[in-house]
Design a protein around this ligand. Structure first.
Ligand code: P6P
Length: 327
């Protein structure tokens, strides 16, 4: 946990530089990577915030613009994120929900020591109703020699080997939440100056009786999970569900609560993605005092078998996650 106190108005860059100075052996590559992520977040935020305009134009029947624009937002977010990472010498490869195969940094750029997994725009089906969406990312240090091409061995590995993770949530504001071994901190974008400022230092998940799930599928869940839900209702829990994982997770992280997306007959392996959704959010949850399992065991104990593995996900309040996990 970050036990350093930062002044009001600390920018993300200042936070990163001061944290780096306090980290023996730090070379600045990770700081550089975080700055690339922040740039991508600013660019995606600006574009997402204009999606409404496209929507408006779309209402004139110009389906082209609206359809193209919205459909392109996933692709725009993906390309922006990859372009922001590839040319600064800190990243070797990116694994993205939008890419069937890993994306190696082009040979014209210097490859780096990190491999990044990303869901460029989680919840993008909510864009046309202006609901909160976000970018989720995880960071591994590559296992392969930096003189060679990164490959699948750098990402098909235990979630526990993640060295950092975070997300950028595009809602009423744009917030970057970054987790490292020092803790979890939130930075709010001030669009008037184009800077992220420390707004949520040392995030720790509070106790909270809120469950977040798509109850439409609850009759298909395993009986123990259904029984847990009935008990919550008897105990007066609240329900909150945005239908955008990153937004539901973010609310629970700040206010307390648990998100659950169990397996169903339609999605026997679960719906959510292991490498670039569950791993990064599980990393953040645990460093903020929460927990994350797949209903049987700890998410970060899982080893990714393929790039687009899916998983059931129970994440947030540690007591609720424990109650939902049948060993
Ligand atoms: P459902 C969004 O499409 C997403 O991948 C997650 O962000 C979200 O938590 C989940 O799917 C919502 O799924 O089945 O409730 O629409």
């Amino acid at each position: 946990m970050t036990d350093r106190q930062f002044e009001e108005g600390t920018t993300l860059d200042r936070f990163l530089m001061e944290t780096m100075r306090a980290t023996p052996g730090a070379t600045g590559h990770f700081v550089n990577l975080c700055q690339s992520v922040a740039l991508a977040g600013k660019m995606i935020s600006a574009r997402v915030n204009r999606a409404g305009l496209a929507g408006l134009l779309g209402e004139t029947g110009e389906v082209n613009i609206q359809g193209e624009f919205v459909q392109k937002l996933d692709r725009y977010a993906n390309d922006t994120f990859i372009r922001a990472l590839e040319h600064r010498g800190h990243t070797a490869m990116v694994v993205s929900e939008e890419e069937a195969e890993p994306v190696l940094v082009p040979s014209r750029f210097q490859s780096g020591r990190y491999v990044v997994t990303v869901d460029p725009l989680d919840g993008s089906s909510n864009i046309d109703v202006n609901a909160t969406i976000g970018t989720i990312f995880g960071v591994f240090r590559r296992l392969t020699d930096e003189g060679t091409n990164a490959d699948l061995t750098d990402v098909l590995r235990p979630g526990d080997e993640i060295v950092a993770a975070g997300y950028i949530v595009y809602g009423s504001g744009t917030l970057l939440v970054l987790g490292t071994e020092l803790g979890v901190n939130g930075f709010t974008l001030d669009p008037t100056v184009g800077e992220f400022f420390l707004s949520h230092p040392n995030i720790r998940i509070p106790k909270g009786k809120t469950y977040s799930c798509n109850e439409a599928y609850s009759l298909q869940w395993p009986e123990p999970t259904q029984a847990w839900l009935r008990r919550c209702k008897e105990q007066g829990w609240r329900a909150r569900y945005i239908g955008s994982l990153v937004a539901d997770f973010h609310r629970n992280l700040l206010k307390g609560g648990v998100f659950l997306y169990p397996a169903t007959p339609k999605s026997p392996e679960g719906k959510l993605r292991l490498l670039y959704e569950a791993f990064p959010l599980a990393y953040l949850a645990e460093r903020a005092g929460g927990a994350a399992t797949d209903g049987r065991g700890r998410i970060l104990d899982r080893v990714a078998q393929s790039l687009h593995d899916r998983t059931p996900l129970f994440i947030g309040d540690p007591d609720a996650v424990d109650a939902l996990t049948q060993s």
